[in-house]
Design a protein around this ligand. Sequence first.
Ligand code: GUN
Length: 293
Amino acid sequence: MTLIDGKKIADDIKREIAAEVEQMVAEGKRRPHLAAILVGHDGGSETYVAHKVKACETCGFTSTLLRYEEDVTEEDLLAAIDRLNRDEDVDGFIVQLPLPRHISEQRIIEAIDYRKDVDGFHPINVGRMSIGLPCFLSATPAGIIELLRRYDIPTRGSRCAVLGRSNIVGKPVATLMMQKANPGNATVTVLHSASKNLKEICAEADIIIAALGNPGFVTADMVKPGAVIIDVGTTRVEDSTKKSGFRLRGDVDFENVAEKCSFITPVPGGVGPMTIVSLMRNTLLAARHEIYK
Ligand code: GUN
């Protein structure tokens, strides 16, 4: 079994990006600039955004964090988005999700200029991805594809089971895995809460991508010997031995599944670090106007 070291690959990619940024600066261009909007004080969102700010520093980007309290109005957020859309100094920006219930996430996502939508959540980017046109790919699916690429994991003609159908992971990763590309070209089945024979379908899969948010859901009996396991879950579970009082747990019963498979991503240190570097890559592409002129 090979442990897929997402942290190491992410560090390699950040170094590659930092070198490209220094090249840009040497040519007299300004540094890529990523802005993030964070609403409220959700622990998970705070952590993600802190990692994004840190990754910007490592890559040599400029970063701006705009914070709003939980009771911010949708109108005020839309106004902030409008300012970022028009700010020529900002190449790309994200609005950290989830948002408080009184705000429509869809309205917020659609207000972002798709040319600055480095999360790849805008319907224009999602639509372009689904028909294979250049676009900002959403970060977690792009990170998963990059891990498969860097570990030379064969995907062509393989059976891939995607667990979960969220807009930010399940649906886009299924789209990318089925696309005529390498990595890709797989036969994809998307499984969700209404799926019948879920266990049997998983047990026939060459690749399982678990993105349900249900800790330990994928057990050893659901895994074919030699399968590739990508664990996207990051649920916080209580752990009194940790200073924070919690640890992150994936969707896979790692202890028992690891010994059966050929490749597996750990949690933490697997997919998570790759998500952040995909966002950095998208911001670099935005700064260079490589996708949209
Ligand atoms: N919440 C969980 N994942 C993400 C992500 O990739 N981007 C944003 N904006 N919010 C998230």
